[in-house]
Design a protein. Sequence first.
Length: 252
Amino acid sequence: MLKTVDVTIQFGGLTAVADFSAEVGDNEIVGLIGPNGAGKTTIFNMITGVYAPTRGNIVFNGRSIKGKKPHVITEAGIARTFQNIRLFSEMTALENILVACNLREKPNLFETVLHLPNYTAREKKSRAFALDLLESVGLKNNADDLAISLPYGKQKRLEIARALATEPKLLLLDEPAAGMNPQESQELMDFIVSIRERFNIAVLLIEHHMQVVMGICQRLYVLDYGLAIAQGTPGEIQKNQKVIDAYLGEEE
């Protein structure tokens, strides 16, 4: 589904990511891990069009998306969440989802202004879809609550639901377990697996919480200082000396 080929990005004289190659298959959950500053979010930003790679290529479902605009990439079927939650804080949970629904509905200005039957039918369909999404993430009872008033964990779920509203084939999650306690992390693991199965999507996630990464990922890529130093199954990564050194440091 997704393939990055020797992706490199430079900012001035600094190479933030060098020759990164990875693959994500249909319905897979793949992890991207590494110390802070390793270049993980930079890779997400290149995949989603925030940054254009200096060289290399990014292929999604057989087509290059290198350098495409974020909205074009979203329409192609890639959605993401952010390390720092970026909800429309003064909108309700339901309104946050409805905003994302517009990507697929393609509202007509003339019909919208005059509230013609086609517009009304689309709004009804979008509202039902949004409520179903909120129910699937355990937030149906919070539909009319302002996003800013929700607890942190529920805001995380709402952001994931908003991403799912664009009907993606690939979901990128940037540190979804950040700030969660062990029980919340376990619930998040179950939740990610459930949405993968329910929506038949692939997931690429950045995460520092090793319980989450090792518990749900089928394969892992490890970055250090912008370079891929290892890839493999969770069991293989746990035993990899380069990974151990990157996280714990080497003794002189």
